[in-house]
Write a protein that binds this ligand. Structure first.
Ligand SMILES: C[S@@+](CC[C@H](N)C(=O)[O-])C[C@H]1O[C@@H](n2cnc3c(N)ncnc32)[C@H](O)[C@@H]1O
Length: 229
């Protein structure tokens, strides 16, 4: 639906094409522009409910003979959609903030992922600064999972002085060398920090606000390509 509750173009297209949500068109645009997922990729989809990105990710793997895997994680239990998905897609119910890297890694035959997508978003309160801070926290967790706490700790800005770490300190990231990472954020000052951290870690980092993003939303995606070994 559109913000006004009237079915919009992307909502109708999603229904017509068998996607479980209009958000499918955000990943379709990212995929068309950046070619993030390749045949045989191992994809981790953080915040996967209701499953539209699982569908697009699986389609992007090509036919089953190409191999590959899509692992989705969400706080909500997600049934793998029956359209556009096949046996390569699996879902895990859990809180990304608490699951250990080893646990997530164990779901990939390669013991790591070539693509990590984070479309996670907090329950929006309407208080701009609060929502942006929560979104940045989820984004930072996605980055930590991808590149590892050791790499992030090198950036003094990311260290919180007195806070106990809320996640286990397993240091190696689960994004394979050369891999791609997508992080959704709500526009705020934090974007600059993400930029500064990601630019040296990846060959390329760019921002995109997909066409399917509602005009009322402040969401924006950071696309990091080619993790430098
Ligand atoms: C915008 S939706 C994702 C839509 C999905 N990409 C799709 O296309 O179907 C954001 C999701 O992030 C999930 N989420 C938020 N915080 C999370 C966390 N800490 N761990 C796991 N999932 C989380 C929410 O439950 C919600 O389902």
């Amino acid at each position: 639906m559109s913000g006004a509750g009237i079915p919009d173009f992307f909502y109708r297209e999603a229904q017509r094409l068998g996607y479980v949500a209009r958000s499918a068109f955000k990943l379709l645009q990212l995929q068309e522009k950046f070619k993030l997922i390749k045949p045989g990729s191992s994809v981790l989809d953080l915040g996967c409910a209701p499953g539209a990105w699982l569908q697009v990710a699986c389609q992007s793997l090509g036919p089953p003979k190409n191999g590959g895997v899509v692992v989705g994680i969400d706080l909500k239990k997600v049934k793998v959609p029956s359209t556009h998905c096949d046996a390569r897609v699996q879902t895990v119910c859990g809180d990304v903030m608490n699951l250990s890297k080893d646990h997530i890694r164990s779901h990939s035959p390669k013991k790591g992922f070539s693509v990590i997508l984070s479309d996670m978003c907090p329950l929006v309160s309407g208080i701009k600064t609060k929502d942006a801070a929560l979104s940045a926290e989820l984004g930072m967790r996605a980055l930590d999972l991808a590149v590892g706490s050791a790499v992030l700790a090198q950036d003094a800005e990311t260290k919180e002085e007195n806070d106990e770490p809320s996640v286990p300190k397993d240091d190696n990231g689960i994004l394979l060398p050369g891999g791609n990472l997508v992080i959704k954020l709500l526009e705020s000052e934090d974007m600059r920090e993400f930029n500064q951290i990601c630019k040296p870690l990846f060959k390329k980092a760019s921002w995109l606000r997909p066409k399917a993003t509602r005009s009322t939303s402040r969401e924006i995606y950071l696309i990091c390509q080619g993790l430098v070994p």
